[in-house]
Design a protein around this ligand. Structure first.
Ligand SMILES: Cc1ncc(COP(=O)(O)O)c(C=O)c1O
Length: 472
């Protein structure tokens, strides 16, 4: 395990307002534990010294010492004389009392089971396999038939595209990592949305990038002036956006914002990565949008990323990048040290399913509509003080709590068997303590159970009556 120092400045910003209803030491330990669980603090991170933490957090050294002892006991910290306290990932889920493995309700991921028809598509794909077995199977750019089918979908959406403009990847996650490795050098600036998709932020950080936030408001979406202002002032190498059914807020970008950010990026030499993993998950937006790449008149500003995961099935591990053939060639060249192509059989299955996209999208629409209804009604029953920002598609509902206590709520939910994405997971530095993400990719039943648990957890962490007070 390689270690690296977390500065007190980073820790303070990640911790935010960490004090909870319980004792300071347990609140501090719980907050650090949650940051480890959701990946904001990585294994190998060396915490500042006890003295520095005590001074900066305004607590006694005994408090810090007890918090570290608690983290050590639950396996989240290893302390060695002379080398400080280092974060580690416990082999088990730590001492957080989770009822039984089978009872864990995992709503920390916005994922769902396969759309009906994947098995039949796999059988059809198998019949096409023998013709591929005479090749070596290394398809660095992807199977021609799949690239052609995807290209014609873009052309149909109004953006003329040829198979040479498409690169098949192992899911959109690997597309984003490949883009990060290909286009970024340490110290480069990347605009990311806040709240945004944490795994993409990680991919850019791993490439050594500095992340700059651009706000996506749960009700109003992007602030065009803020976004173009950051491009103009910071001259980023990349900007990463989810223009349709943004994860986690479900907002979609207006045509004006699309045109303005592509124009600004083109003028300032930035490339926009348009993550369209969730773009086809419309419930009732009531408006057709045009893909971001349609605004890219030069053809060298927008890289579109797509995926079979949210419509068809995550287990296919098929995604793609659409860009000018020059940019695709750069990505292919960078791929040799990355993964040498996506699995051929999975690509055949995906190309079979692409013929059935109309039915697949209708299926997802229907399922997500029912899950959204379950979410609305469970919130009204179990957590009426919370507000659900509008959800008209995508993978999740973004909930606003009545107080900035998303992290303690997630910790309390965890101890009741529910794993849920606390708001700060979707930020860059401890923000969004007022928010929680609930996936609408989960079944209505799972959502109802999850919100009932959140309601219980909310009551459990509510501050009790003041312990002392003036006599009345
Ligand atoms: C916005 C977004 N991008 C990328 C991904 C990764 O998807 P894939 O399974 O295609 O790697 C996800 C998955 O949740 C996502 O929501």
């Amino acid at each position: 395990m390689t270690t690296h120092q977390v500065s007190m400045h980073q820790l303070t910003s990640l911790l935010g307002d960490w004090r909870g209803a319980g004792s300071d030491y347990s609140s501090l330990a719980e907050r650090i534990r949650l940051m480890v669980i959701d990946g904001r603090v990585k294994a190998g991170a060396r915490l500042p010294s006890e003295r520095t933490m005590a001074q900066s957090l305004g607590v006694s050294r005994t408090t810090v010492n007890s918090a570290l002892a608690d983290l050590r006991a639950s396996g989240y910290v290893q302390s060695r004389q002379g080398s400080g306290s280092v974060i580690r990932i416990p082999g088990r889920t730590g001492d957080l009392p989770i009822p039984q493995a089978g009872d864990i309700l995992d709503l920390s991921r916005a994922t769902s089971s396969a759309v009906p028809g994947v098995h039949a598509a796999a059988e059809r794909a198998l019949r096409r396999l023998p013709a591929r077995l005479t090749t070596d199977g290394y398809e660095l750019s992807g199977l021609p038939a799949l690239r052609e089918a995807l290209a014609s979908r873009y052309t149909g959406a109004g953006v003329p595209t040829s198979a040479d403009d498409i690169l098949i990847t192992s899911g959109s996650a690997s597309a984003i990592s490949l883009i990060a490795r290909t286009f970024l050098a340490p110290g480069d600036r990347v605009i990311v949305e806040t709240p945004g998709y944490p795994h993409s932020n990680d991919a850019f950080r791993s490439a050594g990038a500095r992340l700059l936030p651009a706000t996506v408001d749960g009700d109003h979406g992007w602030d065009t002036d803020e976004f173009t202002g950051v491009i103009e002032r910071a001259l980023p190498t990349l900007a990463y956006v989810m223009p349709d059914f943004h994860n986690p807020t479900s907002r979609s970008m207006s045509a004006e914002t699309r045109a303005a950010i592509v124009d600004s990026a083109a003028r300032h030499g930035a490339v926009i990565v348009s993550d369209e993993t969730t773009a086809e998950l419309d419930i009732d937006r009531g408006e057709d949008t045009v893909p971001l790449c349609a605004y890219d008149t030069r053809g060298s500003t927008v890289l579109s990323v797509g995926s079979a995961s949210k419509t068809m099935w995550g287990g296919l591990r098929v995604g793609w990048i659409r860009a000018s053939s020059t940019l695709i060639d750069r990505l292919v060249a960078a791929r040799f040290s990355f993964d040498l192509g996506a699995a051929v059989l999975d690509q055949l299955v995906t190309s079979e399913l692409l013929d059935d996209m109309g039915r697949i999208i209708e299926y997802r629409r229907d399922v997500h509509r029912r899950s959204r209804e379950a979410l609305e009604s469970a919130l009204a029953t179990h957590l009426p003080s919370a507000r659900l920002h509008p959800v008209d598609g995508g993978v999740a509902g973004w909930i606003q709590l009545d107080a900035p206590n998303s992290s303690p709520l997630a910790v309390a939910a965890r101890s009741r068997g529910l794993l849920i994405g606390a708001g700060p997971w979707f930020g860059l530095g401890g923000e969004f303590e007022r928010n929680v993400r609930v996936p609408i990719t989960a079944t209505p039943d799972a959502i109802a159970r999850a919100i009932a648990i959140l309601g219980e957890a909310h009551t459990a962490i509510a501050p009790g009556p003041p312990r002392t007070g003036a006599p009345v």
